[in-house]
Design a protein around this ligand. Structure first.
Ligand code: ATP
Ligand code: ZN
Length: 307
């Protein structure tokens, strides 16, 4: 007999009940090749989605979650979302901001971190955005650059080119460029220097603001999982032995999610204390714990963390 309940809603938390009628899957666009692809797929896998991503595949369906992945050129993803070919996607924040499509930023994802900067010939003395007045800037990000200039009341020409932006000043096409800078070595070999960062970027999950409610439920469930994966990455599980008289002070340093777990050790007067510590101030806290008398400190990665 069919499961009555599963008949009415997609069995999100019951992947084994897949024979019941399905609502249409959430279509998520990811980059088909490039710097975003590997981490995007890794995040989805860590969020519990099983799928095959064979080479040259255009799309694939997760076998345990109502999601279909579309493999597209990252720069096209915002347009596909606006056109409702995809419901959501993972792109660089730079692309999201540049394209100005009908997309909503749902969640910052913490990978593909980079910056968009103005670069000028090494010999120039860049004194601030005013330096750009009446100059020509070559970039693949005309909207972001225009916004930057508008905010500072600077008038400059923007020359849009789609690749190899850094050669533009050398061939007399522009006085400055605006592009993604990672190491700076590409700039250097083209006689340029980074003058000013105009935007910091990282991968973001974006979606159409017009999701129907069944797909919104799928997105919310995915988001819940993504956040659990992210907080796990930002935290470590920590165990240590400590003298009983230090427990109160140690608890103040690492309060954990609610409070630490404390268990008596076989050795009288000592306890084992377990808690969670934020990755960002990890080393500072370790030093505090040691000075409070903690010994035998073990630090363990957390796979998922649900507050
Ligand atoms: P194309 O689409 O033509 O292949 P692209 O620059 O758009 O080129 P990638 O180089 O794969 O594609 O970059 C995709 C995104 O990754 C960029 O939009 C940016 O958000 C991010 N990114 C770019 N360079 C770096 C970098 N050096 N380190 C980390 N993230 C980066
Ligand atoms: Zn691209």
């Amino acid at each position: 007999m069919l499961d009555q309940q599963a008949f009415f809603y997609y069995p999100l938390l019951h992947p084994t009940k897949m024979l019941t009628p399905m609502k249409s899957p959430l279509r998520i666009a990811v980059q088909k090749s490039g710097r975003l692809q590997e981490e995007s797929l890794k995040l989805l896998k860590e969020s519990g989605l099983h799928f095959n991503n064979g080479k040259d595949q255009l799309k694939t369906q997760a076998d345990n979650f109502p999601v279909e992945l579309l493999f597209l050129r990252d720069d096209d993803i915002p347009q596909y979302i606006e056109d409702r070919v995809a419901d959501a996607g993972i792109v660089g924040e730079n692309v999201f901001r540049e394209k100005q499509k009908n997309n909503k930023l749902i969640q910052r994802l913490g990978f593909a971190k980079c910056r968009l900067s103005i670069a000028v010939p090494r010999t120039e003395n860049y004194s601030g955005a005013q330096w750009l007045q009446n100059k020509n800037i070559a970039t693949s990000y005309p909207n972001i650059v225009q916004q930057f200039l508008n905010d500072r009341g600077v008038k400059a020409g923007i020359h849009e080119i789609s690749g190899s932006v850094e050669i533009a000043p050398g061939i007399g096409l522009a006085d400055a460029i605006c592009d993604i800078v990672s190491s700076g070595s590409t700039l250097m070999s083209n006689g340029l220097k980074e003058a000013e960062t105009i935007m910091e970027s990282e991968a973001v999950l974006v979606a159409t603001p017009e999701l129907e409610s069944s797909k919104k439920e799928i997105l919310d469930e995915l988001l819940f999982r993504v956040q659990a994966v992210q907080s796990a990455k930002n935290n470590k599980y920590i165990l240590m032995n400590c003298p009983n008289e230090a427990i109160a002070k140690i608890t103040a340093v690492i309060p954990g999610m609610k409070s630490p777990t404390i268990m008596a050790l076989g050795r009288p007067g000592w306890s084992s204390l377990h808690s969670v510590v934020d990755e960002n101030d990890f080393w500072k806290k370790i030093n505090q714990l040691k000075s409070l008398g903690a010994e035998g400190i073990l630090v363990i990665p957390i796979e998922k963390m649900i507050a």
